[in-house]
Design a binder for this molecule. Structure first.
Ligand SMILES: [Zn+2]
Length: 213
């Protein structure tokens, strides 16, 4: 069931690792499927050793419908987000260091770079801390999402989402790149913010980026 999507999720997880957003068995990838079903990466498995069939098919209550692995421990939080954010079809959770570092000292990452506006759509809020594997992570991520495709979870990591896996991956990778730049700039001095007009102009240009599909 959903063989193509499972393969895409595994490729996405390996890209997350390549871009140094996750280490060892951390983070997770999940997708909304038809008929109230969801795909989620298994709990505590090395991504390099994972095969598409290790990805678990679950229902909206977290019951395993297909697969012999235990789903991610963040499954209750992920299902909460899918239920309360009907516009999203994919979620990525990482422990990416630069964005997470910003979350420990700031309450938001302003939309001060084109990559944040283009890939995350808006400034990124920092949600208060909740223990990992707790549904509270999903509740707070939903609450702090705003207009952005990313939320930084204080003392934990990042959650990005989108209408596709690619959109969520772009948000995570470009958020980390922008966070790294922001941290370096902050070391040298205060970082000026872009005006709402400049942000709106940049956001409008993104619609024509890339190749026609
Ligand atoms: Zn985590």
């Amino acid at each position: 069931m959903f063989e193509k999507e499972k393969k895409e999720m595994l490729e996405c997880a390996l890209q997350m690792k390549e871009y140094q957003l996750i280490s060892l068995t951390g983070g997770n990838v999940s997708m909304r499927m038809p008929d109230g079903l969801f795909l989620v990466t298994p709990s505590g498995m090395y991504y390099e050793k994972m095969v598409p069939d290790d990805i678990v098919v679950i229902d909206g209550k977290g019951n395993v419908v297909e697969g012999c692995r235990k789903p991610s421990s963040d499954t209750p939080a992920l299902l909460y987000m899918f239920e309360h954010m009907p516009q999203i079809n994919a979620i990525i959770h990482t422990h990416q260091p630069y964005a997470t570092a910003i979350g420990m000292t700031n309450d938001r990452l302003p939309a001060c770079m084109v990559t944040i506006i283009d890939a995350c759509r808006a400034e990124v809020q920092v949600a208060p801390w909740t223990p990992s594997s707790d549904i509270g992570m999903g509740i707070l991520a939903t609450q702090y999402a705003g207009d952005s495709l990313a939320v930084i979870m204080k003392h934990h990591g990042v959650i990005t989402y989108g209408d596709s896996l690619e959109q969520a991956l772009f948000a995570a990778v470009y958020l980390e790149e922008a966070s790294k730049t922001y941290v370096m700039a902050r070391v040298m001095g205060p970082v000026p913010e872009l005006s709402p007009e400049d942000i709106a102009h940049e956001a409008a240009g993104w619609a024509t980026y890339g190749q026609d599909k």
